[in-house]
Design a protein around this ligand. Structure first.
Ligand code: ZN
Ligand code: ZN
Length: 358
């Protein structure tokens, strides 16, 4: 954690700000290690304070060695005002993309007039883009759990089972194997519902001859996984095989393009070119992928407009899909770590051929 604070302090210095106030839960955890649900950080150029109430004092002392734990009695902003007064801090950055307008007005009222508030946008999210080895290990474990769940669910997927049953079985398996929660509401989209990129599980029954797209993940030690596979219920038709092969070719092209020094938009382009080559460009409208970490969708995005140049240690998904209204869809998604000479997959669920279930 010390390295993270140092990198943040360099930013404060560069921007001429004396301190930063952090309340966004993942940013708070990233910088301090604190996993409680109520608390705020004040990081100055010399000191680190964790402001929390009596319920979390013991937990904070255990999780945040080296931090000054400051007990909040009346309100967080009142405590912050006290502290800033004592420390004689005159400029304070806040999380401009997170603090609500009401909180901002409140903050202005509570703080001494001399304190200038500066909105910081994504300063900490920028730091979070590049993962440390321990973070990658947590992501790998979360991905491994998702892989195991895929093997498990293959035996469960068959005609007559509802999409919701599949989602429930996945969640139960993941939780039983040690995931604290699932990454997001599980997507199980069968038959024509597969044309919806975000078709969360419904009470629709799976039927023979359909494709089923499942997209899910889980949390491990605060870090998330995200995996998508499309499988076939019974022998696939030629068209189903064809669409699957195109999406797979695009996904593999994306992973092949992934390496340090390459623009995130270039990876998106590599994927899109394959799908366009076969005439399905209009049927792939979402971006190619996203960063994964303490939040399941975080920076950088792999999209047309993203300006980030990929760096070693970034962890992203590559997840093209083709969606045909009335027919259904195919999506394949893996998580990978960007490395100097390429990328390393974190998810390993099989994908080389359209898997037949039921
Ligand atoms: Zn996903
Ligand atoms: Zn994803």
């Amino acid at each position: 954690m010390a390295g993270r604070i140092e990198r943040l302090r360099e930013q404060l210095k560069e921007r001429g700000v004396e301190a930063i106030f952090v309340t966004q839960p993942e940013n708070r955890r990233y910088l301090s290690g604190f996993t409680g649900t109520a608390g705020a950080l004040l990081i100055t150029r010399q000191e680190c304070y964790l402001l929390t109430d009596f319920r979390y004092l013991e937990q904070a002392a255990g999780e945040c060695p080296g931090w000054n734990i400051y007990e909040v009695k009346e309100s967080t902003f009142a405590s912050l005002a006290e502290l800033l007064g004592q420390l004689k801090v005159n400029s304070l950055a806040c999380e401009g993309g997170f603090l609500t307008y009401k909180q901002f007005i409140d903050l202005q009222e509570k703080l001494p007039e001399a304190v200038k508030i500066i909105p910081g946008y994504d300063w900490i999210e920028e730091l979070r883009k590049i993962k440390e080895p321990a973070e990658i290990e947590n992501l790998r474990r979360a991905a491994e759990l998702a892989d195991h769940a895929f093997w498990h669910i293959l035996d469960f997927i068959r005609p007559g089972v509802r999409e919701e049953d599949v989602a429930l079985e996945l969640e139960f398996f993941l939780r039983k194997r040690g995931a604290r929660k699932i990454s997001f509401e599980i997507i199980v989209a069968s038959g024509p519902r597969g044309a919806m990129p975000h078709g969360t599980a419904s009470d629709k029954m799976l039927q023979a001859g359909e494709l089923v797209t499942i997209d899910y993940g889980c949390e491990y030690q605060g870090y998330y996984s995200d995996l998508t596979r499309t499988v076939s219920l019974g022998p696939p038709s030629r068209e189903q095989e064809k669409i699957y092969a195109i999406v797979l070719e695009a996904q593999v092209a994306g992973l092949a393009a992934l390496k340090a020094g390459v623009g995130a938009c270039a990876v998106d382009q590599a994927v899109r070119e394959v799908i366009e080559k076969y005439g399905y460009g209009e049927n792939f409208r979402h971006s190619t992928g996203h960063g994964v970490g303490l939040v399941v969708h975080e920076a950088p995005r792999l999209s047309k407009k993203e300006e980030t140049v990929l760096q070693a240690g970034m962890v992203v998904t590559v997840e093209p899909g083709i969606y045909l209204p009335g027919w259904g869809g195919v999506r394949i998604e893996d998580m990978a770590v960007v490395e100097e000479e390429g990328c390393r997959l974190l998810t390993h669920a099989p994908k080389d051929e359209l898997i037949v279930c039921g």
